[in-house]
Design a protein around this ligand. Sequence first.
Ligand SMILES: [Zn+2]
Length: 373
Amino acid sequence: MPGFSFDVVSRDGRARAGLLRTPHGEVETPAFMPVGTAGAVKAILHRDLREMGARIILANTYHLMLRPGDGLVARLGGLHGFTGWDAPFLTDSGGYQVFSLAALRRLDEEGVRFQSHIDGTPHLLSPERSMEIQQNLGADVVMAFDECPPGDAPREAVAEATYRTTRWARRSRAAHRREDQWLFGIVQGGVHLDLRETSARDLVEIGFPGYAIGGLSVGEPREGRKRVLAHLDPLLPEDKPRYLMGVGTPEDLIDSVARGVDMFDCVLPTRNARNGQLFTSRGRLAIRNARFKEDPRPPDPACACPTCRTVSRAYLRHLHLANEMGAATLMSVHNLFSYLDMMRAMRQSIRLCRFAEWRRDTLRRLADGPDGP
Ligand SMILES: [Zn+2]
């Protein structure tokens, strides 16, 4: 497909460093994609995202189809033209959100009928409709429509969702027309290795330029996730990007890269920032804690982000407790910078074949706590 390619440029153990090329620019992998639910990363300007080195952002099909509507976005130049973010976009299929947010869902083979959580209007999301919406939104990477069962769903329900996801993947591929988009398939199967294996084999047989791993941030135990990733690693094509959806903490990202994952998205850095939780190089810090009341140190003395270069823990705590909007921005800037900076360090360590060492040191430091060992 013109304008697209993916190359693994270095390997260290099962970890890979690669380069994803899209019509709107290149993305070095392993990559973290900030979540811009409604076409914007909450509390952050595109300018700040560019400065901190974000190269690709995710937008949510479910939210944008309901408001402002995919037709309006298409008329105003697609996501790139409408939002002014001229680097790559990825949109999800809408599947995950329709199962987690929408009221009065009814699922059948055609798709999911539901009522908008905003105004109660009736809608249908199906493989064909998801492709239509995602083609209107115009992201560089789009996702096949999938069914994502909850983490505690019984095996039979997960099996049914897995087989349906494969049938929907086939319909998604048939309905997808745009040549300037890459359509990824989504592997489902919960924590059941045999279902994961069937799902991966079926999707690889259909053939996609990239594969996402869905249904692994829905409350399953962390050990189950690690087993699934290790099991899928040899089943997914070596030369295609692998995207782990909705995961996770810094530790989760490191462990998943060690099992061959290339791309991630997660709301944690931005959502937790708005709740006053900072991800530092020495673990998490809750800014509302009384011990930071007169703490003149930056949130993370080892961080070079604009927030850590200019404000103290005491000032951030004050802004957060006073409900100042700037608190959310300053802390979101730090958390995203901290995630993106960790990805940079991780890529570097893979290129230098020092990933195992870097991983051990980083995980040890994350366990220290923000005030040091
Ligand atoms: Zn910082």
